[in-house]
Write a protein that binds this ligand. Structure first.
Ligand SMILES: NC(=O)c1ccc[n+]([C@@H]2O[C@H](COP(=O)([O-])OP(=O)(O)OC[C@H]3O[C@@H](n4cnc5c(N)ncnc54)[C@H](OP(=O)(O)O)[C@@H]3O)[C@@H](O)[C@H]2O)c1
Length: 308
């Protein structure tokens, strides 16, 4: 049994990795909540690695948020993400943990990256300004993994997931990502019998969405690959406009009123869809279609009071 440290296991991605690793078997999981171990505390992180000597790490802990959160708190996004990731990667390196998989993100590719985005587009042109601080922190960590692998032959590498949704997502009215934000808005409109829902932005930008359980299976494929790529995109390879997404969510929730678009709110990158040929060549493909995934996510969020 391999001892696998999953950082951020109470978050959306970390919890999905725990579910996938338990379902698959072969791992002893090493888990610490923020209350047990603050990953911004370098000494405490080093002590964990010295004592537990994990065989592998999937580093899911981060400060994560939607477009408004990123735009409002850039200094926090940069400092927390740099410190948490540096502490974990550096402790793994110091204690010679053989494998580490870092969670990048499709939103750290340049604003005008070619579509679908190949991994080689990283750092090819200027970043999207709304999440620049988060992107720079993530790129520094991803590069640190790449340099460690190059210099010391420890297999540290990164996954670049597209926009995710699923269990344990965050439903904050202002700071959430697009799917939880829209599920919340449409649910409220339904229960308050409102006749219109306002969606942020023009509705014309295109986005790709992946169920987090599909991501977790892909992360285990990458972790178990003998010679994984330094960077591997994880997505569905298909995208929808925000208008199409909003219409699908209205249908899932059962909202029959009107949609309008608030064009004073930022759109972000015009299109974001990943080239997933690298991860596909390792035998992975997504299993959950968007309509089914949204129906399950809505049922779970509504029944656990997350949308109230
Ligand atoms: N969500 C997406 O759509 C998406 C898309 C692409 C990439 N990703 C990447 O996937 C990774 C995980 O994202 P997620 O959506 O799972 O985020 P999440 O739900 O917010 O989970 C992040 C977890 O990290 C923990 N954490 C943060 N700072 C910590 C600290 N100082 N000490 C200990 N724990 C700390 C949080 O603990 P608390 O619960 O105590 O706050 C939380 O459990 C991130 O690197 C993110 O960039 C996410």
């Amino acid at each position: 049994m391999k001892k696998l440290f999953v950082s951020g296991h109470r978050g959306m991605v970390g919890a999905a990795v725990v579910r996938a690793a338990e379902a698959q078997g072969g791992y002893t999981l090493l888990l610490r909540s923020r209350q047990e171990l603050d990953l911004q505390d370098a000494a405490a992180v080093n002590a964990l690695f010295a004592t537990e000597q994990p065989d592998a790490v999937i580093h899911c802990a981060a400060r994560v948020g939607g477009i408004i959160a990123n735009r409002t708190f850039p200094a926090d996004f940069m400092s927390e993400n740099i410190s948490v990731s540096f502490n974990v990667i550096d402790a793994a390196r110091r204690y010679r943990t053989p494998r580490l998989l870092y969670l990048g993100s499709s939103c750290i590719y340049p604003r005008h990256a070619p579509q679908p985005i190949p991994e080689t587009a990283l750092l090819g042109s200027p970043l999207e300004t709304t999440n620049e601080a988060y992107a720079i922190a993530k790129i520094a960590s991803l590069k640190y993994c790449q340099y460690i692998r190059q210099q010391e032959k420890l297999v540290y590498h990164s996954a670049m997931p597209t926009n995710l949704y699923g269990p344990k997502d965050h439903y904050h009215p202002t700071y959430s990502h697009v799917i939880p934000g829209l599920l919340r808005k449409f649910h409220h409109a339904l229960v308050t019998h409102a006749d219109t829902v306002t969606v942020w932005g023009t509705g014309n930008v295109r986005r790709e969405f992946l169920h987090v359980d599909d991501l977790a299976r892909a992360l285990l494929v990458l972790l178990e690959a003998e010679n994984p790529p330094d960077i591997a995109n994880i997505g569905t390879g298909t995208d929808v406009t925000i208008r199409e997404l909003a219409e699908l969510i209205a249908e899932v929730v059962g909202f029959k009123g009107n949609l309008c678009f608030d064009t004073s709110m930022p759109d972000g990158t015009p299109r974001k869809c990943l080239d997933i040929s690298r991860i596909a060549s390792l035998g992975w493909k997504p299993a959950t279609d968007l309509a089914t995934g949204l129906r399950e996510t809505y049922r779970e969020a509504a029944s656990t009071g997350l949308l109230d």
